[in-house]
Design a protein around this ligand. Structure first.
Ligand code: URA
Length: 213
């Protein structure tokens, strides 16, 4: 079997396994596990925080108001729809009342996300909001300081940005910053790969908004 097809089959198998997960307290309150959606061979992966009410009901990530904004920015700044990327969350089950996920819930779910990253092997990961950005970059910096740059990540790149719900609350300035982060993600997507992951070559990792080549 083609290695890509094996990865797709393993991802499907993992989704089945996660559907029955009881590793943390969030399992008790869920309607559906929200494993992730999109192209399992995507070069671009978005990672959010955790499912909200609509996501829990439908079993799909980012299908509420935040998701509508995500879809719009993806289309307008990167020129893709969700079928061209993969979307997942730090936690696969909804924290009750949309509270923040707790550190032990994120830790319990983390191996599933790591396996998704192994199997999808995206060139570019866009982390949406503080939780995903801090966890994947292993940082305690706030999202305002973390965003605006491209980081080396696994064999590719990571582009942190605000969570779309922050943009819904924060208005034009936050949306504009998200747009520039999405453009940054598109640039690295189109650049040569950092290592041999999905291509070859070297890309300069940028340090600030204005200096990214
Ligand atoms: N917020 C998230 O972080 N993820 C979702 O899937 C929906 C809202």
């Amino acid at each position: 079997m083609d290695p890509d097809d094996t990865a797709v089959a393993l991802l499907h198998q993992l989704a089945g396994q996660v559907a029955g997960c009881t590793r943390c307290r969030l399992a008790a309150g869920r309607t559906n596990v929200v494993f992730g959606t999109g192209d399992p061979k995507a070069n671009l992966m978005f990672i959010g925080e955790g499912p909200g009410e609509q996501e829990d009901l439908q079993g799909l990530p980012f299908v509420g108001r935040s998701g509508q904004l995500l879809d719009r920015l993806m289309l307008e700044e990167i020129g893709i729809t969700r079928s061209h990327c993969y979307i997942a969350n730090m936690t696969k089950c909804r924290p009750p009342g949309n509270r923040d996920p707790m550190p032990d819930e994120i830790s319990a779910c983390r191996p599933y996300l790591e396996s998704q990253l192994d199997l999808i092997a995206p060139k570019v990961v866009v982390t949406l909001g503080r939780f995903a950005s801090q966890a994947l970059l292993d940082s305690t910096e706030g999202i305002t300081r973390l965003r605006g740059r491209v980081y080396p990540y696994r064999s590719g790149y990571l582009v942190p940005t605000f969570h779309p719900s922050a943009a819904l609350r924060g208005g034009g300035t936050v949306v504009a910053q998200m747009r520039s982060d999405f453009v940054r993600a598109k640039e690295v997507l189109l650049s040569p790969a950092r290592t041999t992951a999905k291509g070859a070559g070297q890309h300069r990792v940028s340090g600030a908004d204005s200096s990214h080549a």
